[in-house]
Write a protein that binds this ligand. Structure first.
Ligand code: CDP
Ligand code: MG
Length: 880
């Protein structure tokens, strides 16, 4: 059925792009053809007028079983010869009933939204409808997926269903694909399409783009939809229309349909009604904590032993968990081949995967265009999980049988059924993924242990029971450095319901939630879109790197705060990641700074811009391991045990005092002399990280040396994470986590001071002459860019005695007084050179005549400089 059917003849809006342009990489600009809203409207309305006449024609054609074209749509029905069994199973899919309505809507509207329950046939069937309607004749039908697993698996499925080769129905994911010049239907990740748009904004190779899983609201899907909302009318104007189909598994599509900035007139929504059988939801009485994996195992065992035949689908959070549970189940029950998996073979496998897990290897796709949550456990951050050591007495523990339904009262004859256990997660090779779609061997029970790829991306047939841990891995961003990591968290209510729905596709089913109804009541209704959680600075830089210059006006489905976007742009200009173009083509373009080569280098690093600048410079000077350690350490609030009045009896007090004096002594040693001391608290951090790593980061070492064990382990993880991220994005860097990191040399310490200044340049403070300070409790006060009142170096800093004239700090925290934390000294003459965007420069100074640089063949002249914000006079600099 069509919602908004009155709006079927839709007009595509461009008004909110406000004359903005989307530019291609480099300085060549592919303008949105300077299209104004009015032009666009008129044009599309023009085509609207034709539509109703053509619709009649097309209806006539449809009644004769043929599809007719209007100017903008393909001409010829392309027949597909499907195998009879495929044809039969297709006919069961609810989307088939909507084919005509859907194709009509697509024919008549530039943008159509399709909503249908998971499993209704959207992903596998709509590309086929489009192909048969001739959209693949002169150009490609493109389908984007947020997950690679779906792109690969769906391309294979559609090729098979249509009896076409994989040369015709292909996929492209990052680094891998089987696209050929003959490809007509192309499945790809959204990241791949975004990259293609940088080269060809108008996507001239495609006649239709289908954005699948739009409800997931991944940041790249949102950006794609924003970009495509502008590309579609441009293509219409060029006489080569592009159709956009947005597919969602939920009905919550207002951000796309009711968003005037995106589409002035709401696109029609085609709802696909799905036959869904009732699913009885059972909550656990108590919610397991860390041991939810054991609880999952117990529940699967019980279902298998007590309940009638029917597949079980288990939702876990990541690959390691999936494997652990699969192994354990395979060991506990006869497999479909009739044998228990031999322990010896298993233990070898366990050992092997444990060794693999030790390798400092993390799939850093997490940081790139194709981040997928369930890959995050490929690295050292999580240990391989061995359920064996945790599980006891599963067989006789029947305490909570009453939360199963009545039919479970007595064990069924299925109790001795073999179990056909299959894992499912993003990185599973496609042929192994494919196995979940096949019927299990005769007489066995299918158990699919999956990550949330099985929630909406892939529909697994033959499922009657769902076991839901209620957990998912989500990317969380560090507020300080912007570094992100995946953490396990509760799903939303919408996700939990989606998961439950998987049990009722072919007959009534049951969903066992391994958490209490009280816990469920606290779940968020929907997960907020990723764009709302991502740090704005990082988003702006990433978009600029994608050659999207006008981020402020960008038609996001859910826009970030405009002021925050502007502030982020300003910071990026300050850091030199963006630059205002010298000669803008039009005055509006001048307001939109473009990405610089430094900005491009920074965009590769998965941290916020201040830190990515330090990393980019660290890479340039071969100092990456040090910079990584500093960045990792800065994310952690305090690495030393907190000072203050020791609590407890005299013995404890003496102990605490001992630790404090140890800390003071260590800080002094670690700070050293010369350049090392001038690197100040950053040097202390660096040496603490090095020393702790050398000692194996043990709790004992930390306690003996007054270091917070938790902080040090966090730093350790983050170092590994960043190191791996950098190796992935810059393979030339070849950086590794060195357990024997030597302290930096004098020269290296000096360079590190400069690097830190480059990143934290606006967090600078200058010593105030002593006679100007009324607060005599401090030797020196500082004037900073951050606040009007004077600030002080925190007493715990190693630079309290030195009190250099210029310092940079990591943050100011008010504890009685505004104290600068994590301070390093910088030289005045570096400031105009390293943070030029914070300085103003005079005209060339006459007293200092220009010089000719033989090496570069350029004339250098001298200018005086001022630190703009505070009017400090800076030394003169020579430049072009
Ligand atoms: O996209 P949507 O969730 O609406 O459904 P779909 O992914 O197109 O799946 C339609 C049907 O095809 C489901 O019943 C799947 O189980 C089935 N399918 C399959 O048997 N093998 C595949 N490789 C993919 C889907
Ligand atoms: Mg789908």
């Amino acid at each position: 059925c069509i919602e908004n059917s009155k709006e079927t003849k839709n007009v595509h809006d461009t008004s909110s792009f406000e004359g903005e342009q989307v530019k291609k990489a480099g300085s060549d600009s592919v303008e949105c053809d300077g299209k104004t809203a009015e032009e666009c409207d008129t044009e599309e309305k023009g085509s609207d007028v034709e539509t109703s006449a053509q619709r009649k024609k097309s209806q006539k054609a449809q009644s004769t079983g043929r599809r007719e074209r209007k100017d903008s749509t393909p001409a010829v029905y392309v027949p597909v010869e499907r195998r009879p069994d495929i044809q039969e199973s297709r006919l069961q899919l609810p989307i088939l009933a909507e084919e005509q309505v859907l194709m009509e809507a697509i024919r008549e509207n530039p943008v159509v939204v399709v909503c249908g329950e998971t499993g209704s046939g959207k992903t596998t069937q709509i590309p086929q409808f489009l192909y048969e309607a001739g959209y693949g004749r002169d150009a490609m039908i493109g389908i984007t997926e947020p997950r690679r697993v779906a792109a690969v698996s769906m391309s294979h499925r559609v090729a098979d269903e249509m009896n076409l080769s994989r040369r015709t129905v292909s996929y492209q994911i990052r680094y891998e694909g089987n696209v050929t010049p003959e490809t007509k239907v192309k499945f790809m990740t959204d990241g791949v399409l975004l990259k293609e748009m940088q080269k060809d904004l108008l996507l001239s190779k495609y006649s239709v783009l289908v954005i699948d899983e739009a409800h997931e609201r991944s940041v790249y899907t949102d950006i794609l939809i924003g970009l495509l909302s502008r590309v579609v009318p441009l293509r219409t104007k060029k006489g080569n229309p592009l159709k956009l189909v947005i597919m969602s598994a939920t009905l919550r599509v207002e951000d796309f349909t009711q968003n005037q900035r995106l589409f002035k007139i709401p696109p029609p929504v085609i709802k696909v009604d799905t036959r869904q059988f009732p699913v009885t939801v059972h909550f656990n009485k108590r919610t397991p904590g860390e041991e939810y994996l054991q609880e999952t195992y117990r529940k699967v065992c019980k279902i298998h032993r007590m309940l009638p035949a029917g597949g079980i689908l288990v939702f876990l959070t990541g690959q390691a968990e999936v494997h652990a549970l699969c192994r354990k189940l395979q060991r506990s029950f006869p497999t479909a081949c009739g044998a228990l998996v031999k322990k010896t073979a298993e233990s070898k496998e366990t050992k092997k995967s444990k060794n693999e897990a030790k390798l400092p290897k993390i799939d850093l796709d997490n940081y790139t265009m194709e981040g997928e949550e369930d890959q995050a456990d490929d690295g050292i951050l999580e240990e391989d999980i061995d359920l064996e050591t945790h599980i006891v007495g599963v067989d006789d523990d029947d305490d909570d049988m009453d939360d199963m339904d009545d039919s479970a009262a007595t064990p069924t004859s299925d109790a001795d059924l073999p179990m056909h256990v299959l894992p499912l997660y993003s990185l599973l090779p496609p042929d192994r993924q494919q196995r979940v779609f096949l019927p299990p061997p005769q007489g066995s029970r299918l158990v699919v242990v999956a990550t949330n790829v099985a929630e909406t991306s892939l529909t697994i047939p033959h499922i009657k029971y769902v076991v839901d841990t209620g957990k998912v891995k989500k990317r969380f961003y560090d507020k300080v450095t912007g570094a992100s990591a995946f953490q396990v968290t509760w799903v939303s209510k919408a996700s939990a319901d989606q998961r439950a729905g998987r049990a009722g596709r072919t007959e009534p089913g049951h969903c066992y939630r391994l958490y209490s109804s009280a816990v469920f009541a606290d779940f968020q209704t929907f997960s907020p879109p990723e764009i709302a959680r991502r740090p704005v600075e990082d988003l702006v830089l990433q978009m600029k790197d994608m050659s999207i210059d006008k981020v402020v006006n960008f038609p996001f489905p859910t826009p970030p705060d405009v002021e925050a976007v502007k502030a982020a742009e300003q910071l990026l200009v300050q850091l030199g990641a963006l630059q205002h173009t010298a000669k803008p083509k039009n005055p509006k373009a001048a307001q939109s700074p473009m990405v610089t080569p430094l900005g491009r280098a920074m965009a590769r690093f998965p941290v916020s811009p201040r830190f990515s600048k330090m990393l980019a410079l660290g890479e340039q000077h071969g100092l990456l391991p040090y910079v990584i350690s500093i960045v990792a350490a800065l994310t952690v609030q305090e690495i030393f045990v907190l000072s203050g009045t020791p609590a407890g009896g005299p013995e404890e007090q003496a102990g605490v005092k001992h630790v404090h004096s140890r800390v003071a002594q260590l800080k002094k040693t670690w700070a050293g002399q010369g350049q090392s001391l001038l690197l100040g608290d950053m040097m202390v951090l660096l040496r603490a990280v090095g020393a702790c790593e050398f000692a194996g980061c043990t709790r004992k070492f930390c306690e003996e040396n007054g270091l917070r064990y938790k902080a040090m382990t966090e730093i350790r993880s983050l170092r590994a994470l960043l190191t791996n991220a950098i190796n992935t994005v810059c393979p030339g860097a070849k950086v590794y986590v060195d357990p024997n990191m030597r302290p930096p040399t004098e020269l290296q310490a000096k360079l590190l001071r400069q690097i830190v200044l480059s990143g934290l340049g606006d967090r600078i403070a200058r010593r105030v002459p002593a006679d100007q300070i009324s607060d005599k409790s401090h030797k020196f006060a500082y004037q900073s860019t951050s606040m009007e009142e004077y600030v002080f170096i925190h007493p715990s800093s190693v630079l309290t005695k030195t009190c250099p004239e210029f310092v940079i700090f990591h943050e100011i925290i008010e504890t009685g007084k505004p104290y600068m934390h994590c301070v390093a000294a910088v030289e005045q003459e570096w400031i105009p050179l390293l943070v030029p965007n914070l300085c103003t420069f005079s005209e060339p100074v006459k007293d200092l005549p220009p010089t000719f640089d033989n090496d570069t063949g350029r004339v250098k002249c001298h200018r005086t400089s001022t630190f703009s914000k505070l009017g400090w006079q800076m030394p003169s600099v020579a430049g072009d």
